[in-house]
Ligand binder design. Structure first.
Ligand SMILES: [Cu+2]
Length: 110
């Protein structure tokens, strides 16, 4: 039996003043590819917070209006908040919650 390597779980986040709209709020543990698209008029970034441990797992650089970029982060099962760390943007609504669960094992044919 061969267990295939799972590709990163992609999530696309559209950021503007002052919302974070994610393309999914549930996915498998493992690598996550977080693509932030700044469709607003201010700079925005994305930070990843483990809601239980309160640890920051990583963050992107700040993206200018019209820019987009990607960070890849390994997430264990749990709940996370993705948010913008610029000024008080998080409090204004730029946050998105995701739940990460153990993936089902996938098998390939022998
Ligand atoms: Cu922001």
């Amino acid at each position: 039996m061969v267990i295939a390597a799972l590709p990163p779980a992609p999530i696309l986040i559209h950021a503007d003043e002052y919302t974070f709209n994610g393309s999914r709020n549930l996915g498998p543990s493992g690598l996550w590819r977080i693509d932030l698209s700044n469709i607003g008029e201010d700079s925005h970034d994305v930070w990843v917070l483990n809601r239980k441990t309160k640890k920051i797992l990583g963050h992107s650089r700040a993206y200018l209006p019209g820019e987009h970029g990607t960070i890849t982060i390994r997430l264990r099962p749990g709940t996370y908040t993705f948010y913008c760390g610029v000024a008080n943007h998080r409090a204004l609504g730029m946050r998105w919650r995701v739940k990460v669960v153990k993936p089902k094992i996938r098998r390939t044919a022998p």
